[in-house]
Design a protein around this ligand. Structure first.
Ligand SMILES: [Zn+2]
Length: 153
């Protein structure tokens, strides 16, 4: 089973502590690691497709629309200079958007003198245990994001 499907199964069972909101095409969740504070994902509901262009146009547009709603809500909830959007799928082909609120200086001196995509920040730092939110922080983040999503729906 894929990692994203596992996380969705946890949502359905009420056991995913990162779950924020169910939308029509996907589930909004807070990222496990928060070096990029407010890092949020939108997980497509099923494992049916590996590419956006495999969806019919209505589904594709709905998924894109909901992604931008969650992105806007994350920007409103957590603040950022710029939102970054990624749909990669080389780890798990299950469609999922990574939404990274970016701020000046957030990759230190890495990248091109501190400028560049999130993946120019070292993986071991990005996924370090010390940037996992505490339970209290996570609850606060979920509530903030839930409120902002609701305003946009
Ligand atoms: Zn899957």
């Amino acid at each position: 089973m894929c990692f994203i499907c596992d996380r969705i199964e946890m949502i359905k069972n009420g056991e995913n502590p990162y779950f924020v909101k169910e939308l029509r095409t996907g589930y909004a969740v807070i990222g496990d690691n928060q070096h990029f504070y407010g890092y949020t994902l939108l997980l497509y509901k099923n494992h049916k497709y590996t590419e956006l262009y495999q969806m019919n146009m209505d589904e594709r547009l709905e998924f894109m629309k909901e992604m931008t709603i969650v992105a806007q809500a994350a920007a409103n909830a957590f603040g950022c200079d710029k939102m970054n959007y990624e749909l990669l799928g080389m780890g798990e082909a299950h469609l999922h958007w990574h939404l990274y609120p970016r701020r000046s200086g957030d990759i230190g001196d890495y990248g091109n003198h501190g400028i560049g995509p999130v993946w120019w920040y070292p993986m071991e730092k990005m996924y370090a245990d010390d940037n996992r939110p505490s339970n209290a922080e996570l609850e606060q983040m979920k509530e903030k994001l839930r409120v902002e999503i609701a305003k946009l729906l």
